[in-house]
Design a protein around this ligand. Structure first.
Ligand code: K7E
Ligand code: CUA
Length: 656
């Protein structure tokens, strides 16, 4: 048996590779096709603003990048799950707790699916959520400050991939496990996976006013791989849908062993029903360990709390809450149309695209049109829930988005194209090649009741010849299409950072108007803040030295410091006194083993330095902030361990 499997596996690889090569050839004919008409459509004149924000997942960068559309200009990288020396995120004392987990401090993450908060099924632009796949976590970014303000770890989960999608009123941000694992984690033989491992689907509540996250409950499902998910909306609000693969429950050579079943499932979860069950005391608390990290904008400091238990629910204890919809074949994306009626299963290995009907699903449940069960969960009869199929639209469907005109757009990885089809008639309307091997695609407002249309962009996995070569690896490439007409029109290629798995986009106005310009110095409650030059000081406490420092154009106070000794632990608490938009100051000292600080107006940030060498070491501002930026510098004197140099500091005069 083992001997047969290997040739099959290599055949699959050859097939995929071969198809990709074909795609590469197509490109030649398209290069240089940009007409001036197209150029006008993406031209945003100098000083003008883009019409849309796009928040593009950074994949293995662990972060989130912010772009403008239609220009494709990158505005910012928001650090989320990875340390970011550019701003000191994850390096400063204030932000290190954001990266704490039950496994300790983790400097990196793999981010996948950003999703913007919603009110009444419409994008409201308050928060954006994003999942971390490797060490399961969900982060919340505040779209006023563009800062990561909360990260919650997801216990009992592994490969947090079917995340982070929000319900119609941001009641929940949902996180489903890609890898099933022993729950609770324990030492057991891997070969005993089948029937013993489980997959947790976590419903993380989001407080309406504050946005505070908390794990409300986890549904412990059979040991499949829960790949992607989307909320119901409109008529299907209250349900959540998850694609699964590996319903075979294989634990080795999944490329063959998890491709055996003709159909896998979409799991339909009635979260309202389970919520009610939980509110009435249902489910049980089980011991768990997970970090909950919260950033406070007034102390400018994050705290990390390790939580000790989580509520779990056995789906068979809540009759009528969970069903399986048979879906061919190892579906990846699980996408719900704006009306909430249609649920698309993008079967990676299927010739056709399967669409389920929510109405038919309810009817099948009502009339118990079941086709067996899996671990006590009813399997609905395929024909009875099927809305329709898009016949042979392409090879290797991954993800579908929707516009505001009743059209759907599906990406095909293997045939490297986006295919536009009509929701309801299932006819293919248009297809356009992508360069190359597209993964996700995004339409502004796509995951909502009101898509904002106009543009679609595809996020491609392979760049090859699209840009000037940069060694063996090229940044991934996105392609922007005009979708306002019947046919899609390719407008622009632009590079993305890391690996974009999905992006969330929306009209710029909502965010733009609310964007924070400064932090109010009066509201700075940081315990080590110095709010004027008069409050600056240097305080020794054993071998710890706390420097209360200020920075304003164009000096540090103090800028001469003496009395530090080798073996000390020196805390530079730097407060930026500026109350002016876009005037951060930087801070770095020669020989420090951490990153710089970048301190926003009104903020206090702390860098720790443990000097190992005697000498007089300069520090300076790293951000060119004024005509006298180069003058923003100072000296710190480090004496031998046993010296008796007294602690002294000054600014504008010599230390006597
Ligand atoms: Cu959403 Cu890339 Cu994580 Cu598909 S995944 S491509
Ligand atoms: Cu402050 Cu340069």
């Amino acid at each position: 048996m083992k001997h047969i499997l290997k040739p099959i596996a290599s055949l699959v690889i050859v097939l995929v590779t071969f198809t990709s090569c074909n795609n590469t050839k197509k490109s030649g004919s398209n290069s240089g096709a940009l007409s001036s008409n197209v150029a006008e459509k993406v031209f945003v004149a100098p000083g003008e603003h883009d019409e849309f924000y796009a928040f593009i997942s950074g994949g293995y960068s662990g972060n989130l990048t912010v772009y403008g559309l239609p220009s494709g200009r990158m505005f910012k990288e928001i650090p989320v799950f990875s340390q970011f020396p550019t701003s000191g995120y994850g390096y400063s004392e204030e932000t290190k707790p954001m990266l704490n987990t039950s496994h300790g401090f983790i400097p990196w993450g793999d981010s996948h699916h950003p999703d913007i908060s919603q009110t009444n099924g419409e994008i409201d632009g308050r928060f954006i959520f994003i999942n971390e796949n490797n060490t399961p976590r969900i982060a919340k970014i505040d779209l006023q400050s563009f800062e990561t303000t909360e990260i919650i770890e997801v216990p009992n989960s592994a490969g947090n991939h079917s995340s982070s999608f929000v319900t119609e009123n941001t009641e929940y941000v949902v996180a489903g496990t890609r890898f099933s694992v022993p729950i609770p984690q324990r030492d057991m033989p891997i070969k005993d996976y089948k029937g013993n491992f489980q997959g947790a689907l976590s419903f993380i509540s989001v407080a309406p006013e504050t946005g505070d996250m908390d794990i409300k409950f986890q549904v412990l499902m059979p040991g499949f791989n829960y790949d992607l998910s989307h909320p119901g909306r409109g008529k299907s609000h209250g349900w959540f849908f998850f694609t699964t693969y590996n319903t075979e429950e294989a634990n080795t050579l999944l490329e063959v062993n998890a491709s055996q079943n003709d159909k896998d499932f979409i799991a339909a979860v009635n979260w309202k029903k389970i919520e009610e069950y939980v509110n009435n005391g249902g489910g049980k608390m089980m011991p768990a360990e997970y970090a909950h990290n919260v950033y406070d904008e007034h102390t400018h400091t994050a705290t990390s709390t390790i939580k000790k238990e989580v509520r779990v629910v056995n789906p068979t204890d809540v009759p009528g809450a969970v069903f399986f919809l048979p879906t061919p074949k190892s579906p990846h994306g699980c996408d719900v149309d704006p009306t909430g009626e249609y649920i698309v299963g993008n079967g990676k290995l299927s010739a056709n695209l399967t669409v389920h009907s929510f109405t038919k699903m309810l009817d099948a449940i009502e009339n118990e049109k079941f086709d067996g069960e899996a671990y006590g969960i009813p399997i609905l009869n395929f024909e009875d829930v099927l809305a329709g199929t898009v016949e042979q639209p392409g090879l290797g469907p991954l993800h579908t988005e929707f516009d505001d005109q009743g059209n759907a757009y599906t990406t095909f990885f293997i045939s490297s194209e986006v295919v536009k089809w009509k929701v309801g008639t299932w006819e293919v309307i248009d297809r356009k090649p992508t360069y190359y091997s597209v993964g996700h695609l995004t339409i502004p407002g796509g995951n909502s009741r009101k898509p904002q249309g106009k543009y679609m962009f595809a996020m491609n996995k392979i760049t090859k010849d699209r840009y000037l070569p940069t060694g063996p690896e090229m940044e991934h490439s996105a392609q922007l299409y005009d979708i306002s007409g019947d046919k899609m029109e390719l407008l622009l290629d632009f590079p993305t950072h890391g690996e974009p798995h999905y992006a969330a986009a929306m009209r710029a106005d909502l965010i733009k108007e609310r964007s924070r310009k400064i932090y109010n110095l009066d509201e700075n409650n940081h315990p080590y803040a110095a709010k004027s030059d008069a409050e600056t000081k240097v305080v020794r406490d054993g071998n710890e030295v706390h420097i209360y420092m200020t920075t304003i154009r164009s000096h540090f106070s103090p800028d001469n410091i003496e009395g530090i000794k080798v073996g000390d632990k020196v805390f530079f608490h730097v407060t930026n006194l500026e109350q002016d938009f876009d005037v951060p100051h930087g801070f770095a000292v020669l020989g420090q083993n951490t990153s710089e600080l970048l301190i926003m107006p009104g903020q206090t940030k702390t860098s720790v330095w443990e000097p190992t060498k005697v000498g007089v070491w300069p520090f300076y501002c790293t951000d060119f902030c004024s005509a006298l930026h180069q003058e923003m510098q100072g000296y710190i004197r480090v004496s031998p361990k046993n010296a008796d140099t007294p602690i002294k500091w000054s600014m504008g005069e010599d230390i006597e």
